[in-house]
Design a protein around this ligand. Structure first.
Ligand code: FES
Length: 111
């Protein structure tokens, strides 16, 4: 089950690269690329680099440490690396952007 969080000041994030934002208990990366807004994991699965220090090109986020690439839509890494990041759904509603984050096990359990 998803919980939708408003991405505050989403339009002002254009041209600011990749930024980190807290949504509930999670800190995620937010980035605009070719006029679309994307939300994805904070850290690279390879060795934990902060993806906020990376950049987006060709529809991918590039890790700043060893240049692994992850698709901004699916989160899939390159086949040779067998890794991926989590990507999160984004919707535009009532003149604001929202990201959908799965509720944690404990939140589901405790309601
Ligand atoms: S830490 Fe990201 S590619 Fe190595």
């Amino acid at each position: 089950m998803l919980r939708w969080y408003k991405i505050e000041q989403a339009l002002s994030l254009k041209n600011k690269g990749i930024t980190e934002h807290k949504f509930g208990a999670r800190v995620l990366c937010v980035a605009w690329f070719e006029n679309e807004l994307y939300v994805f994991s904070r850290n690279c699965p390879h060795a934990g680099a902060p993806l906020k220090n990376g950049w987006c090109e060709r529809g991918k986020v590039i890790c700043p440490f060893h240049r692994h690439e992850f698709d901004l839509i699916t989160g899939k890494g390159e086949t040779k690396h067998h890794d991926f990041i989590h990507t999160y759904p984004v919707k535009y509603e009532d003149e604001a952007y929202y990201v959908g984050v799965e509720r944690s096990f404990w939140h589901r359990l405790l309601g």
